[in-house]
Design a protein around this ligand. Structure first.
Ligand code: HEC
Length: 133
């Protein structure tokens, strides 16, 4: 009897994951989708900082992105609202700070090269996040 039970459990463990693999995977949730890149010359100054941020930084820094998740913990630790884990909700960021973090990286954030984000794009993103500071 114990042997039959062990066999049934074993068969369930093997068959369970196998049926999961055969099923069609669900579409990725919206927060894993990268926003479309805004049209235009990547080296032109003064482009839409918000659209550039959502395209280049959004897959980490929009809702449920890994950057947002990590920053929730940091913001709570300094007594700030968890809503400020979304960089667009911050009012303490400066353009200079955003430039430095993007080019040098910070902790778990990898540095973004000029291929990832051109200097002109970074200026526009930094102006958006820094709110002109
Ligand atoms: C691969 C994911 C990823 C991408 C892409 C990314 N970031 Fe980050 N970012 C993070 C993570 C994770 C942190 C938190 C790092 C830590 O403290 O360990 C972070 C932190 C930051 C911070 C510091 C916030 C603070 O409170 O000090 C700024 C500013 C920032 N990111 C801006 C940007 C901008 C602007 C872009 C796009 C040009 C960008 N990031 C792209 C993951 C990312």
């Amino acid at each position: 009897m114990a042997r039959i039970a062990a066999f049934m459990i074993g068969a369930a463990l093997i068959a369970g994951p196998a049926t999961l693999v055969l099923a069609d995977p669900p579409p990725p949730p919206p927060y894993q989708m990268r926003a479309a890149a805004p049209a235009g010359d990547r080296n032109a100054p003064g482009r839409d900082g918000r659209a550039l941020f959502e395209n280049h930084c959004g897959y980490c820094h929009l809702t449920f992105g890994m950057g947002t998740n990590l920053l929730v913990k940091q913001r709570l630790a300094v007594g700030a609202s968890p809503a400020t884990a979304l960089l667009a909700n911050r009012d303490d960021l400066t353009s200079v700070y955003v430039h430095a973090v993007v080019r040098m990286g910070k902790g778990a954030m990898p540095p973004q090269t000029r291929v990832d984000v051109t200097d002109a794009e970074l200026d526009s993103v930094a102006a958006y996040l820094g709110r002109g500071k």
